[in-house]
Design a protein around this ligand. Structure first.
Ligand code: F6R
Length: 596
């Protein structure tokens, strides 16, 4: 979704803001813009399309100034266009605003302002913030921002500057992330750490309705009653390099290759604070997209190890509206890389309002899910920049496995010895992933033969089906090839009618018990002319001459998705790369979906 960066310092703000916007590109956007206070007034440059187009436009200006705000916009209200891009100005050009989120009452506010003779330039909900702040401005920007924040309904992260207070940059947020970065020579606002990591690792996380007033010399915090607040500064441990491509053509490939390390870090980190599992009679795992798929995988693991009476997995966007049967005897597990996914946050709040205990598995420290959930376990994936998740997904699986083992012991469903055996097996995952990464050339070569397919199917059974869902999602999001995942046993119930000469079926088979079943599914599709790419650790697979095989290292069936996922990620990556797709920023997608 949209990205914000703001700078107040001694240097020319333009290159710093543009560089920050580049670091936010991964969030997804369709236009970008920048407003600089240049001593005389606001200079605003906005451009539909990629940042390169904005940079080109900026090259033809001599724009400079020590304070500014920048924005990458992912259109919600109003088409992607120059005029709808941010920053927006009030009609008197006194206030400049960048906004992430959705102003739900913008129509009413707009109508009120229009009745007072104010004319709007764009079709966005965001412009109403600039117009309203300008309308309220009576010589004190903080007052105007407080009044504006109180009038807005919906979600927002805002960066606001005022012509008459040229040293001040104000930030405020509600239900949308915003951080304040501080350094000796400059202060920053940003939607996300990578945007400012190059300049500082000292940040404050704004809470809802907290206001930050920045100058180049310092930052003060207030609540909406204008009372000063004391906030805790936090140190970001991510290295600057972790947000750079490091010689790889795409962040996605870099992040795939980082998996042995981040898995090791995650597996070695002890989980300290957890609820007593015996107090619950139901577990609900809820999340979106790939994080949901991690939840689907983990349902098999929880079920098998914990023998828990009721374990459900729900899409967060469904859970939040279904009037779920959860109460204080339910543990709701929320899985999220960003910790800012709007539906997952809403699901958590819904669960809490019904008395359920919430546990979040999150990658971004200080994010909303991490802060609001009753319990939080962090994945140690480091910053994930590519829109398509890889390393965060893998670390989510690792945490879920560890939880399942821990809960199984606490529920006395497995012995300490069995838990040790399982934990030892989990500890082998990083090395086995590293082994799979040595097959990169084979996967690249095979994927290069697959770019012509209009549709690719993924099949598996049980936990292999769960990971087939993720393989299919990964492929479609970055390569734009239509794809579906089916449980192998479902083929005969309708899906097989889609299989014809030269259909590609990717089969995953890591469940010993089910080898014969999935093999018979493969025979059925092969006999109808399909080609099969098999990802398996079955010895029998090597005897099959009618398919392409990627042989996986052996591992306990329950943890095998951690290995097959790597092959599926690389397969999708190379299909997309061979098709020349914009892998790190696939069309229409955003890294963190902070609006509904
Ligand atoms: C797919 C992908 C998305 C995210 C989903 C949830 O590759 O990355 O499907 O998994 O948007 O995002 P988080 O994990 O940030 O809640």
């Amino acid at each position: 979704m949209c990205g914000i960066i703001g700078y107040a310092g001694d240097e020319c703000a333009v290159p710093i803001i543009v560089d920050g916007l580049k670091k936010l590109e991964y969030r997804g956007y369709d236009s970008a813009g920048i407003a600089i206070f240049d001593g005389g007034g606001f200079n605003v440059v906005k451009q539909k399309g990629r940042l390169a187009a904005l940079e080109e436009k900026l090259e033809n200006t001599s724009l400079c100034g020590n304070m500014g705000i920048g924005h990458t916009r992912w259109a919600t209200h109003g088409e992607p266009s120059d005029v709808n891009s941010h920053p927006h100005l009030g009609s008197g050009s006194k206030i400049a605003v960048v906004h992430n989120g959705i102003i739900e009452n913008y129509k009413q506010l707009k109508a009120r302002l229009e009745r007072r003779g104010i004319t709007f330039a764009s079709q966005t909900d965001s412009e109403v913030v600039a117009q309203l702040a300008e309308y309220y401005y009576k010589g004190d920007l903080l007052d105007a921002v407080i009044k504006t924040a109180n009038a807005l309904e919906g979600s927002y992260a805002l960066g606001i500057m005022c012509l008459e207070e040229p040293d001040v940059l104000i930030a405020v947020k509600k239900d949308n992330p915003l951080i304040v970065g501080v350094s000796q020579n400059a202060n920053f606002i940003a939607s996300d750490v990578p945007a400012i990591l190059k300049h500082t690792n000292q940040v404050y996380y704004l809470e809802d309705k907290e206001i930050a007033v920045l100058t180049k010399n310092g930052v003060e915090f207030f609540n909406t009653d204008k009372e000063p607040l004391t906030k805790q500064i936090e140190t970001i441990t991510w290295s600057v390099d972790s947000a750079e491509k490091g010689g790889y053509p795409h962040f996605m490939l870099k992040e795939i290759m980082e998996q042995p390390k981040v898995l090791r870090d995650t597996i070695q980190t002890e989980i300290t604070k957890l609820p007593d599992i015996s107090q619950f009679n139901k577990i609900v795992i809820t999340a979106c997209g790939s994080a949901y798929n991690a939840g689907v995988v983990s349902k098999y693991v929880f079920e098998r190890l914990c023998r828990f009476p009721s374990i459900e997995v729900d899409l967060a966007s469904e859970f939040r509206y279904k009037d779920a049967c959860v109460d204080e005897k339910t543990l709701v597990i929320l899985v999220s890389q960003s910790g800012e996914t709007a539906d997952t946050i809403a699901a958590m709040r819904e669960a809490k309002s019904k008395g359920a205990v919430t546990l979040s598995i999150v990658n971004v420290v200080g994010s909303t899910l991490a802060k609001e959930a009753d319990y939080t376990v962090y994945t140690a994936a480091g910053p994930e920049i590519a829109v398509a998740t890889t390393k965060a997904f893998s670390t989510q699986l690792a945490v879920l496995y560890k939880l399942a083992v821990k809960f199984a012991v606490d529920l006395q469903k497995i012995s300490q010895e069995e838990a040790k055996t399982l934990s030892d097996e989990i500890a082998t995952i990083p090395d086995k992933v590293a082994e799979i990464l040595t097959h990169i050339d084979f996967i690249q070569k095979y994927a290069s033969t697959c770019i012509g397919y209009k549709s690719i199917f993924f099949i598996g059974r049980n936990i292999d089906y769960a990971i087939a869902l993720e393989g299919s999602l990964k492929l479609k999001e970055i390569s734009y090839i239509h794809s579906e995942a089916y449980a192998g046993g479902e083929l005969k119930h309708g899906t097989i009618s889609l299989v014809e000469e030269d259909t590609l079926v990717v089969a995953i088979s890591c469940c010993q018990r089910l080898y014969p079943k999935i093999f018979s599914n493969m025979e059925q599709v092969i006999s109808r002319g399909a080609k099969v790419f098999l990802v398996s650790n079955a010895a029998e697979a090597e005897e099959h001459d009618k398919l392409s095989l990627l042989k996986l290292p052996d591992i306990h069936e329950l943890f095998s998705p951690s290995l097959s996922a790597i092959v599926l990620q690389l397969f999708s990556y190379y299909v997309a790369a061979n098709k020349g797709c914009d892998i790190d920023k696939p069309r229409n997608l955003a890294k963190s979906v902070t609006v509904e």
